[in-house]
Design a protein around this ligand. Structure first.
Ligand SMILES: [Zn+2]
Length: 410
């Protein structure tokens, strides 16, 4: 029986809340003073737990189980969105640390162990999943050279140098060392709470497809240009938004979501008809065929707008991440552990948010566990989860880690 310490889990999470505390949440952007301090503190906790800690050249904090030849990898992140919540990221690394504490010293697991990774910049201050991509070898030096903090404008090279990491090598994974990767996270939605459940087992992580749609009309005087001859790019854009709102529900899957995240009118003045208009549009779903169907629907609507005139309409795909399926045997281990500790108070569900597990899943089996978010709120300082759910999740996570390692051959 692998039994966690509830007090230790809650104490570590509350201690991490002190690094960049903002109201009941935290403000801890990547490579900020507060983030660097949190990483160093956590490396110390790894050492206290018997792990061998190291911080590498991209800012990943890695705790390695000494003497283990067959290992389970766990992890998440320690930076936050700006002025955001205390559990998004820390929950996963503290669960991993607690699993390492209760498993690595146990003679029943001789030769086996739990490693813990704190992946740099999951929240995307400088880029997309820079830490986990670096770890799985999906990040080039050129990617680092071009990365800039989206809020402060500071370059990643400057920020790494200021943190004393400029000359450190980047650690890369040898997948054969691991039996797989398990990550825990807050749900960040209200699915579990709405269903009165305490745990979610992730089946797959959504693919995120991002597009820009551009309309070209004619910039002109807002007072003297007759309505009949206008080519108003802003009007064409908002018409497309209306068409999307009518058409997309007919082709969407049960949990497909789409968002117009930014609209830019040029020149954007009260007395000028916009000559160009651009929207950033995003579609998320865990099923590739659904994503393809949604893109086809967008293409049709843009083509129809272009054909109807009077403005030209074009769309372009900016970024497409593929849905990541969680390994069936990892899901099964989590489900067994959930049944053991929580009866039927769990469900299987896709993740609507991106996570480092989708990057790790490219090189090893991956699984994810969710705990409920109160009110479904995240990326905001009011983000929270009940202590009872935090503790239950930590226990289920450790039990699943133990059962996966028990099955592993040394
Ligand atoms: Zn997160």
């Amino acid at each position: 029986m692998t039994t966690i310490s509830p007090d230790r889990v809650l104490a570590d999470l509350n201690r991490l809340r002190d690094f960049g505390r903002h109201k009941t949440g935290v403000h801890r952007p990547s490579l900020s003073t507060e983030h660097n301090a949190a990483c160093h503190w956590f490396a110390g906790r790894m050492a206290d737990a018997g792990l061998t800690p190291a911080i590498d050249g991209i800012g990943n904090v890695y705790g390695s189980a000494p003497g283990a030849t067959r290992k389970l990898l766990t992890g998440s992140h320690l930076e936050s969105q700006n002025y955001a919540g205390w559990l998004d990221g820390p929950l996963g690394v503290v669960y991993g640390l607690e699993a390492a504490r209760v498993i690595n010293g146990d003679p029943a697991f001789a030769g086996r162990g739990v490693d813990v990774g704190v992946w740099f910049d999951e929240e995307g201050h400088f880029g997309h999943f820079l830490g986990s991509r670096s770890f799985v070898d999906g990040l080039s030096d050129a990617d680092i050279d071009s990365a800039v903090d989206r809020t402060s404008g500071r370059t990643l090279r400057e920020a790494l140098a200021a943190a004393g990491l400029a000359d450190k090598p980047r650690t890369q994974v040898k997948p054969s060392d691991y039996i797989g990767y398990l990550e825990a996270h807050i749900e960040q939605g209200d699915w579990l709470e709405a269903k009165g459940l305490n745990l979610g087992i992730v089946t797959s992580i959504v693919g995120i497809w991002q597009f820009s749609v551009t309309f070209t009309g004619t910039q002109n005087h807002a007072g003297t240009t007759r309505m009949a001859i206008r080519r108003d790019a802003g009007l064409a854009l908002t018409d497309l938004c209306g068409a999307i709102a009518r058409r997309f529900p007919e082709v969407a899957g049960e949990r497909t979501v789409w968002t117009t995240g930014r609209i830019t009118l040029d020149p954007g003045a009260p007395s000028i008809i916009p000559g160009t208009a651009e929207m950033l549009f995003q579609i998320r779903d865990a099923d590739l065929a659904t994503l393809q169907r949604m893109e086809a629907a967008l293409a049709d609507l843009v083509a129809a707008s272009d054909a109807a005139g009077p403005c030209r309409a074009r769309y372009q795909a900016l970024r497409k991440s593929m849905p990541a399926v969680m390994a069936p045997h990892m899901q099964a281990a989590l489900a067994d552990a959930a049944t053991k500790h929580a009866g039927n108070r769990y469900t299987r569900m896709p993740s609507g948010a991106g996570h480092d597990a989708q990057i790790l899943s490219k090189v090893m089996s991956a699984g994810m566990l969710f705990v409920p978010s109160i009110g479904g709120i995240s990326h905001h300082w009011t983000e929270n989860t009940s202590d009872a759910d935090i503790v239950l999740g930590a226990q289920v996570f450790a039990t699943a880690c133990a059962s996966l390692l028990r099955e592993a051959e040394v």
